[in-house]
Design a protein around this ligand. Structure first.
Ligand code: IMP
Length: 417
């Protein structure tokens, strides 16, 4: 039974949603293993655009089912919004959605805390303000709430009393939520979810099912935003790499493939190091052609050239085995394309950053390649061959537009040239 993880190989926004959606028809289960509503996975289905922040990128009318794993932090109000949009077009789709009882909740005060912290920080991270950091912080400091708390009103009430007491004493007058208010809010959301016929289960209950069928694990954000190995502290608060599948009871050794989705250039939203960032009008052009504005926040994305040291780092950190390249069409028409092949780290030339620190101090060393008029041109093949040779990873597929069907294998592309 095939098990594949799809992760972002850069700083997120590589187009994972579309790639997952493209492959999802081949898998029984699409499993999201981390992150929350900070993600924005855009899919086009039957001519309509859907932006999912929490829902795995399943084909709404297909046979595959979706699982939201324990590594996630779930804003159920947002989840309900996404389900209601899908339900309006595809009645009954919610019955294909399963949620792990061990997943954590993002509560209204987490979003407020996210904003408060960003405003107090001398160097803001540029978070999405979706409450991700505070929800994961509460998980680690043991003040979090799990999905299962929704189903035990007595336990929920007791716990809310305890946690609200702590919060009030920490945040003082900045914290204006009462346990009664949060309790009522959660009961209302639970009722709505139950009405939608979503299933609540656990990776333990699903273990036999998952082990006997094909599973596609959908990552969120990108390797360089990983809490442990991204460009800390300018990272998200969860696991963005393939090891996140452990929260669903799998080891990375059980994966047949780890597909790294890479954009033909690099983008990032929020603050933090970005060695190949392009501030010139070329950067502006790429942002415009690539419509590089955040799917979650609408913020303009920072834009730069492809960064091979970063991809090599992503390969080693996350065990990438293949690449899918997206948005190559955005670079159509450029005479020359620059590619960063190494970093100059205080005089030492490094092809692979030794640690995430090198992203802060490394200066890009570039090579220049010839551009292409369209992706059916030999120069684009040379660009891909260059990436493959320099990273040691094969590119299996090329995405050349936002629609799910705008994707082909590299071999198909070669045949057409
Ligand atoms: P947070 O995840 O909202 O705490 O944001 C932390 C950092 O991760 C910020 O720089 C965000 O812009 C970035 N980030 C979070 N989610 C995504 C995503 O899905 N795509 C790209 N960047 C993201």
């Amino acid at each position: 039974m095939e098990r594949v993880a799809i992760v972002g190989a850069q700083w997120g926004d590589e187009g994972k949603g579309k790639v997952v959606n493209y492959f999802s028809g081949n898998y029984e289960w699409i499993v999201r293993f981390s992150g929350g509503a900070n993600a924005g996975h855009t899919i086009y289905y039957k001519g309509k655009k859907y932006v999912n922040h929490l829902l795995p990128s399943i084909i709404p009318e297909g046979d595959s089912k979706a699982f939201l794993g324990a590594g996630m932090v779930i804003d159920i109000e947002q989840l309900i919004k996404e389900l209601e949009i899908l339900e309006a077009d595809f009645p009954g789709v919610s019955s294909k959605i399963y949620i792990d009882l061990e997943a954590f909740l993002v509560l209204p005060y987490h979003k407020e805390e996210d904003g408060i912290l960003e405003e107090l920080r001398k160097n803001p991270i540029g978070t999405t303000r979706k409450g991700i950091g505070p929800a994961y912080t509460d998980k680690v400091s043991r003040e979090g709430f799990k999905i299962y708390h929704l189903f035990d009103e007595k336990l929920l009430r007791e716990r809310l009393e305890e946690v609200m007491y702590l919060k009030k004493n920490i945040y003082k007058e900045r914290f204006n939520f009462t346990s009664e208010e949060i309790f009522n809010y959660l009961m209302e959301q639970k009722r709505k979810l139950e009405k939608l016929n979503v299933k609540f289960t656990s990776a333990i209950d699903m273990a036999q099912v998952f082990r006997n069928t094909s599973v596609l694990f959908e990552g969120a954000q990108g390797v360089l935003l990983d809490l442990d190995f991204g460009t800390y502290p300018f990272v998200t608060s969860g696991a963005t790499m393939a090891h996140g599948v452990s929260s669903v009871g799998f080891s990375t050794f059980e994966l047949d493939e780890v597909l790294g989705v890479l954009k033909a250039y690099t983008t990032r939203v929020g603050e933090g190091p970005f060695p190949t960032e392009e501030f010139s009008e070329i950067g502006e052009k790429i942002r415009k052609f690539g419509n590089e504005f955040g799917a979650t926040t609408g913020r303009p994305r920072r834009v730069g050239w492809l960064d091979l040291p970063a991809l090599r780092y992503a390969k080693l950190r996350s065990g990438l085995t293949k690449f899918v390249i997206t948005k190559a069409d955005v670079l159509n028409g450029f005479d020359e394309i620059k590619v960063c092949v190494a970093y100059d780290v205080n005089g030492e030339i490094k092809e692979i950053p030794s640690s995430s620190y090198d992203f802060f101090v490394g200066k890009p060393v570039y090579e220049t390649l010839k551009g292409w008029p369209d992706t059916n041109h030999v120069n684009f093949l040379k660009y891909m061959a260059f990436i493959e040779e320099k990273t040691g990873i094969e590119i299996s597929h090329i995405s050349y537009g936002p629609k799910t069907e705008e994707m082909c294998t590299k071999n198909d592309l070669i045949k057409n040239i």
